[in-house]
Design a binder for this molecule. Structure first.
Ligand code: AMP
Length: 291
């Protein structure tokens, strides 16, 4: 099944770097897929894209504490490293990096990255400091791995926008490849957190994507007022996801995430809905041709 029957697994930075240096002298291109593990089809699709693009695929599995708020689910975030290792091997991952927090944060909070733009809306608004944590850990990973390509899922579209800014701001010679959201057959975006849904919540959850699709239908029918589209999606979610509590429903420009009362160009329809144990996010990005 697997494309290679050997995968190197590293917990320590120096050993990982020694291995990558050997690939680099051989002229091999390196692709990097960062994850928090508990792998599902979404992650595997990123790995498949990386396999198509580069010679050597590096996967990291690390639940980064600095991107979780004090009342968020760091402790209860699902983890299953043995199963993840098997899946990674099957997909042909060449190098798996699974560091400890002592390894990643030797100086604790001596320095960090602060993200100034693209974080005042959507998840950045309700998860204060989340993207600072994401940017800080990615600076570490990018410096350690020096990949030629990085692969991120559009499920986390705001993260893609922030990583795009990070790469440009710090002049990383890295090409960012965004990968389309992978969904369950009923439309629910795959997520490690879906296992935390109750049966009733799971039954309602696909209606989150349906609400986004209904918003998209309005746009396709010529609606240009972001507020009208947001109100329609809010109504849909209230009616069809009664177990959920809306965190946000927004229609913004993409990737700069600015409010635009009249829509044109690249636009994101995005929502976050809190269930009892899981906060679900989803989005659609659409290009509206100028009339
Ligand atoms: P996570 O482990 O949740 O931090 O996700 C690691 C990477 O996988 C991120 O780039 C995510 O955007 C991506 N990802 C997560 N879920 C999906 C999905 N359903 N489809 C595509 N990419 C995903």
């Amino acid at each position: 099944m697997g494309e290679n029957n050997s995968m190197q697994i590293f917990k320590h930075i120096t050993e990982l770097q020694q291995s990558l240096a050997q690939y680099r002298v051989q002229g091999k291109t390196i692709g990097y897929v960062p994850t928090m593990g508990f792998l599902h089809e979404g992650h595997l699709t990123l790995i498949k894209e990386a396999k198509k693009t580069v010679d050597i695929v590096v996967l990291s599995i690390y639940v980064n504490p600095t991107q979780f708020g004090p009342n968020e689910d760091f402790d209860s975030y699902p983890r299953h490293i043995e199963r993840d290792q098997e899946l990674a091997l099957e997909q042909g991952v060449d190098v798996l990096f699974h560091p400890s927090t002592d390894e990643m944060y030797p100086t604790e909070s001596m320095m960090s990255v602060i993200v100034n733009e693209r974080v005042d809306q959507l998840c950045g608004k309700s998860r204060t400091g989340h993207f600072d944590g994401v940017a800080t850990i990615l600076v570490k990973f990018f410096n350690i791995i020096s990949p030629d390509y990085v692969f991120f899922g559009m499920k986390d579209a705001q993260q893609v926008a922030v990583v795009d800014g990070l790469i440009k701001t710090f002049h990383y010679p890295i090409k960012l490849i965004p990968v389309q959201t992978v969904r369950e057959v009923d439309g629910l975006a795959k997520s490690s957190r879906n296992v935390k849904l109750t049966l009733e919540e799971r039954a309602q959850a696909p209606n989150i994507y349906k609400a986004l699709q209904n918003g998209l239908v309005l746009i396709k029918n010529g609606e240009q007022n972001a507020n009208v589209i947001e109100q329609k999606m809010i109504k849909d979610i209230h009616e069809n996801v009664p177990l959920g509590e809306i965190d946000y429903v927004q229609v913004l420009s993409y990737p700069d995430l600015k409010e635009k009362r009249t829509l044109s160009g690249k636009v994101i329809l995005a929502t976050a809905v809190k269930m009892q144990q899981a906060r679900l996010i989803d989005n659609i990005v659409v290009d509206i041709p100028n009339k």
